[in-house]
Ligand binder design. Structure first.
Ligand SMILES: Cc1cc2nc3c(=O)[nH]c(=O)nc-3n(C[C@H](O)[C@H](O)[C@H](O)COP(=O)(O)OP(=O)(O)OC[C@H]3O[C@@H](n4cnc5c(N)ncnc54)[C@H](O)[C@@H]3O)c2cc1C
Ligand code: FES
Length: 274
């Protein structure tokens, strides 16, 4: 169900707060004029007057309907402008669009979540839901990596995850600093020795395309089935709901059939990682 009856019409949304998470990523707390419901993994389109529109995946708790958060990496025109927004300014919001994580299919299974860099944003929303329903899964594992310790989103919060009894977590950085006590190496280096059965376990992967590619290959090597891997795909988007064709991925529209795809559905597509 879209926040507005007309999926093209952005609804007026107030920026309540901005948080500088890393040198290039800011989190915005947003209050739409009408409350919105989203499933974890779905995305929204944010319109910034004078700059344009771009898709983002809420990083906040799906159960909170009146305020949502997005974490935005500064890469170009729209995201540069988003980084200048201050509390009290307004943006437009369309959506939510697409299909999110099929959590009911994960019930009773061992579940591994693998995140890299900006991929922590959608995954935080997923983790809120997994923690809320934690008793329903056989086991929960999280493996995450970033370039340097400064690039971790939600660092304080993630330190809290490390203390949870219902989560087996490990983090790594490509390059450490004086304070970093954890592992050093790309995220695939912490996928060995997982305490779960890869033949029956589910894995969710979200991050930059290169990380998703190598993590997927590694998980297949470890024995995970294509039908048990879920990826969040990012393609150029425009309408957001299957009308314009900008986001084609083989026979699918990423905006409508994704952005979360089961790997076996898209693995034959040659430009999946572009
Ligand atoms: C479903 C979906 C969910 C997303 N969720 C998030 C999120 O939660 N947080 C976040 O920071 N970003 C997210 N993105 C990526 C974000 O939409 C782009 O970074 C943004 O559109 C760039 O706009 P721009 O005008 O700032 O950059 P542009 O000026 O358009 O481009 C600058 C650079 O970014 C690259 N780029 C542009 N658009 C995309 C894109 N859609 N995906 C990847 N690279 C792109 C370009 O190739 C170019 O190198 C998501 C994208 C999709 C499709
Ligand atoms: S963005 Fe228009 S069809 Fe997907």
């Amino acid at each position: 169900m879209y926040a507005s009856n007309n999926p093209y019409r952005p609804i007026r949304t107030e920026v309540l707060e901005t948080i500088q998470e890393t040198p290039t990523i800011k989190t915005l707390k947003l209050k739409p004029e009408e409350s919105i419901s989203f499933d974890t993994g779905q995305f929204i389109e944010l319109t910034v007057p004078g700059a344009g529109e771009a898709p983002f995946t809420p990083s906040s708790e799906p159960t909170v309907k009146d305020v949502l958060e997005v974490s935005v990496m500064r890469v170009g025109k729209v995201t540069e402008r988003i980084h200048t927004l201050k509390a009290g300014e307004t943006v437009g919001l369309r959506g939510p669009f697409g299909s999110g994580y099929p959590l009911d299919e994960f019930v009773g299974k061992e579940l591994l979540v693998v995140g890299g860099g900006c991929g922590f944003a959608p995954l935080r929303s997923l983790m809120y839901e997994l923690f809320r329903r934690s008793g329903e899964f056989k086991k929960l594992l999280f493996r995450g990596g970033c370039r340097t310790p400064k690039d971790f989103l939600y660092r304080k919060q993630i330190e809290g995850w490390a203390k949870r009894d219902d989560l087996d977590m490990e983090l790594t950085v490509d390059q450490g600093d004086g304070d970093w006590q954890g592992k050093v190496g790309v995220v695939t280096t912490i996928l060995d020795g997982l305490k779960m059965d890869p033949r029956t376990g589910i894995a969710v992967v979200c991050g930059p395309p290169i990380m998703m590619k190598f993590a997927t290959m590694k998980l297949l090597d470890l024995g995970f089935k294509k039908t048990n891997l879920y990826l969040s795909m990012e393609k150029n988007m425009s309408c957001g709901f299957g009308k314009c064709g900008h986001c084609r991925l083989g026979t699918y529209y990423t905006c409508k059939d994704g952005p979360v795809f089961r790997y076996d559905k898209i693995s034959d597509n040659p430009n999946i990682w572009d």
